[in-house]
Each structure stands twice: as C-alpha cells, then as structure tokens.
Design a protein around this ligand. Structure first.
Ligand code: UT7
Length: 325
C-alpha cells in the first residue's frame, strides 16, 4: 500500500460577518449567552448569489495552487456537504465543470459534521491501493440556507465556509489511521425534516418550517463529548500511538465547551487544541476542514508533527484520523 498525505490545502470564507451583536437584533439572545455557552463570537454568511459549489470552488483553487497541481491532475473529487446546491447533481460534479477537472471521478458524501473526515478516509483508500494518484477532498457548507433565523436555539450556532485538501502519495507519514462510525438510532436529535422523499416540499412543509435544521442540543452535547472521546481513543490505538504523541488535535467546532470536555477526558492541554469556532461558528463538514487548513497556514502544524482529527454530527456519525505531517 502507498502512503497517502495532504499535499496542498486551501479555504474560503464568505466576506459577510454576522456578529453576536447582530443576532441580538434578530432574536431574543445576548452576546454573553452565545459566548459563554458556545465560544462563538461571529460567523460568516454567503451571499444570495453564492451556493455551496462556489464556496468549494474558491477553496479548491487555493488547495490546487498550494499543491502546485492543475485541475486536470485530479483523478477524484469528493465533496462532503449537507447543503448541496440542489439534491442532484452533486456539488462535486458542478465543481468538476467549474474547475475543468475533466479527468476526475466525482461524488458527494453526506456525513454531516463528520463528512470531511469520511471523505478524507474514503479518498485516501483509492490512492493507497494505487487506483488514483491525486484526489481533492472538500468540506463545504452554506448552512445559512437551512438555518431558521427565527429560532434562537439554532440560528446563533451556524455559519458558511469551505476547506479543501489535495491528497497524494508521500514518502513517509501521511494518514496513518482513520476510524469512522455511526449510530442511526438517534436520528431525531439533529435533522432537516423536509425536502426529501419522506416529506417532499409542499406548502404545508414550508409553513411548518420543516426545511430548517432541528436540533435537541442538550442531549446531543452529552453524546458528542462521549463519542468524540471514544473515537479519538480508538483511532489512536489503531495508529499504535499514545496521546502524548499528539502535537495538535483538530476537533469539529460545534461548541468550545464540548471540545474542552473532550480534551480534558483525553488529558490534552489547551496548547494542543486548535479552535476557530470563535470566528466561524459551526460549519458542519467545513469546520474540521477549515480548522485543518488554518492550523497549517498559521504554522501550528510543522513537518514531523502528529495531528488528530476528531469529528461528530447528525446521523449520528463520527470520524477520527491520525495524520503525520
Ligand atoms: O455539530 C453537530 C453536533 N452539534 C452539537 O453537538 C451541538 C451540541 N449542543 C450544544 O452545543 C448546546 O447544547 C447548545 C449551545 C445548543 C445549547 O446550550 P445548552 O447549555 O445545552 O443550553 P440549553 O439548550 O440547555 O438551554 C438552556 C437555556 C434554555 O432556557 P430555559 O429553558 O432554561 O429557560 C434555552 O431556552 O438557554 C435558552 N437558550 C437561549 N438563551 C439565549 C437557548 N438558546 C438561546 C439563545 N440565547 N440563543
């Protein structure tokens, strides 16, 4: 098997910033509540003209430039998203055309906030076994398009963005372990009830506001802490490493209190945790992706470092990976 690593990274965050102070004017909330309960100060919102594929395109171009590859060098594009431009075709197909990546096979992965790690693990198998040489993996979301801006329980949490990685063969290190999982028995804790084949869009579904994210945050919080802790332990065991070997953990950015609780259970100190939730909120699949990209760009990940990705979301699904840089 070939060793597979990340050979280029890029991100795109829309320009418009929505602060907690802005939200105070929209729903019954406060900067104090949002900051202390979630760690979020502001989030980015895509414009009406920008769809998920547009966010993905900008991140993809940056990652290809960083990898010094052209779009035609790509053999595979996987986009992790729960907010595709439309039910079909996939965002990856739209992106292939926009990029001119005419040699790439394309599909989307729907694994909510764990989507980026699912996509990374999936794409890396094709390179490891020699089927493909270069793959583009993206976490991209326009969550503002499915956020109920009248529901203070959810609208303060989410944002839009995209993070991209180019995968290719490396001489040493790379993605040394990945662990994916699902427990489909808790579907109601986080979902978007209408717009699919169960509840097709109708006047009634629109009036009942069923095209927006519904979440039982409190219950999810406890499961998130337990599951992310277990996923980190399992992937590390698989990699044959100890927590003291980890230089940086890049967790899904749903809530800073969840992240700190997981870190405490794993015995990781604050300097080993990467956070960007303060600037962007929860961007589902784009959260882990942009956090990884920013950790690289900010020099928090250096050659030889061992990095742990740890994510959790609707499904309920989880995904963790260990990468040696
Ligand atoms: O990304 C996928 C995975 N997602 C997660 O894992 C999210 C997990 N959950 C969470 O992050 C947290 O549960 C939330 C941030 C969503 C909520 O925090 P919480 O500490 O669990 O609050 P809560 O839901 O227990 O609500 C506490 C109170 C309630 O008032 P009462 O019933 O105690 O009077 C809420 O109505 O806070 C109220 N509340 C708000 N108050 C001001 C809920 N949202 C707001 C708000 N502003 N935006």
């Amino acid at each position: 098997m070939r060793k597979v690593g990340i050979i280029g990274v890029g991100e795109y965050l829309p320009k418009r910033v929505l602060t907690n102070a802005d939200l105070e004017k929209m729903v019954d909330t406060s900067d104090e509540w949002i900051t202390t309960r979630t760690g979020i100060k502001e989030r980015r919102l895509a414009s009406a003209e920008e769809a998920t594929s547009d966010l993905a395109l900008n991140a993809a171009k940056a990652a290809l430039k960083d990898a010094r590859l052209s779009a035609e060098d790509l053999d595979l594009i996987i986009v992790a998203t729960i907010t595709p431009d439309m039910p079909f075709p996939s965002v990856a197909s739209i992106l292939q055309n926009a990029l001119g990546a005419k040699n790439a096979a394309c599909c989307d992965i729907s694994a909510a906030c764990a989507g980026f790690v699912y996509a990374l693990a999936t794409a890396s198998q094709f390179i490891a076994c020699g089927t493909y040489k270069n793959a583009l993996v993206i976490g991209a979301e326009k969550l503002s398009s499915v956020t109920d801006w009248k529901d203070r329980n959810t609208c303060v949490l989410f944002g839009d963005g995209a993070g991209a990685c180019v995968l290719g063969e490396v001489k040493s290190g790379g993605i040394i372990a990945s662990y994916l999982g699902c427990d489909g028995s808790n579907l109601g804790l986080l979902n978007l009830p209408a717009g699919g084949s169960r509840n097709p869009a109708s006047l009634q579904t629109v009036e009942a506001r069923l095209h927006y994210i519904k979440m039982q945050g409190n219950e999810l919080f406890k499961i998130a802490v337990r599951t992310m802790t277990e996923a980190a332990e399992k992937v590390l065991k698989q990699a044959g490493l100890k927590f003291s070997d980890i230089d940086l953990i890049i967790p899904h950015q749903a809530n800073s209190r969840i992240i700190m609780a997981v870190a405490k259970r794993l015995g990781l100190t604050e300097d080993k945790i990467f956070l960007n939730i303060e600037k962007y909120g929860n961007m589902s699949s784009a959260s882990t992706a942009t956090a990884l990209v920013e950790a690289v760009k900010e020099g928090r990940i250096k050659k030889g470092d061992t990095v742990l990705l740890d994510s959790f979301g609707a499904g309920l699904v989880w995904g963790a990976a260990v990468i040696q840089w």
